[in-house]
Design a protein around this ligand. Sequence first.
Ligand SMILES: *Cc1c(COP(=O)(O)O)cnc(C)c1O
Length: 348
Amino acid sequence: MRSYVFPGDIEERISAIGSQPIPYMRTDEFSRINKDSERILLNLIHCKNGRAILYTGSGTGAMSATVENYVSTKKKALVIDGGSFGHRWYEMCRYYGIPVFNYFVPFAQDIDYDDLEKTLSREKPDVFLCQHHETSTGQLFNLEKISAICRRHKISLVVDAISSFLAEELDMDALEIDICIVSSQKGLNIPPGLSVVFLRKNLNGHPWGRKGYYWDFEDNLRNLSRGQTPFSPATTLFLQLHARLEQLEAEGGEVKNIARVHHRAGIFRRLCREYGWEIPAEVPSFAITGFQTKEKTPGKVFRSLIEKHQTFIMPGDRPGFYRVSHMGLQTEEDLRELAARIHEFEAE
Ligand SMILES: *Cc1c(COP(=O)(O)O)cnc(C)c1O
């Protein structure tokens, strides 16, 4: 099997942990592991003296936690709706009855930052919700510009960095991002099921909203202080997370991983040019390549890759538009082979 989705192909060492006996988790040993995971995570995202809540739950759980506990304490949110993940922020605000302005960005386009600033002056939100990378299209938004605008208007910035973490540079402190969200199966490339909410140090003592029992920040932070979780953690995933984080720390942090992801994306994008596949994203993230094939029979590429080669890529919202992740293990030969197969099936 070959996987170019989330996660991609996982290192043997990490997946092997999944077949080991599962230790009891209410122990000092497990607590030490989690406290160490929190420490490394905070270093990787540059969130000095902040906190990193580890949740058993996919990325959407961490988004929901953030809306319940933080966004709900604000008067009005502005959401960047540049695709299905941005739209999820909007739906969550509506779900919890939080006043929200939906700033729509067309498919795969960048934000018009001047227009955005004008909209902020008019709408006066006090919290800004966006994605760093809108995974549904491959578009990367400019956090330097967003951060500068939020600073000028004194708006709290919350970023879903689920699919950019470890694929793009990201410095929470420098960008003054109050909350960042990350999940296990994307940049970390370990199995799905864990997510992380990073809280910058200035949020220490914030009166949290407490709108949901399971994700409650206070309860989770209290437990995390001793390396524990209020409810049963997905123990194996926590161990895989720690092993992966130790690996990243041993290679000096996030820089090498980001370079690897960039390298793979570069290779695949050259292949896209060779085969004449357009990359619609105005500013594409290195995390994935979203590309428009010339597929004759809708869904043929996707199904044939599975049926003939046990290979997974991600379909997109439009016919013939596919996405290939660059987070997992992949060599130049792998990517050449993948592109050649896609080319073969697009003509069928
Ligand atoms: C994957 C992803 C999510 C979370 O999706 P889950 O299915 O809950 O893991 C949220 N935002 C972005 C940008 C993503 O790529």
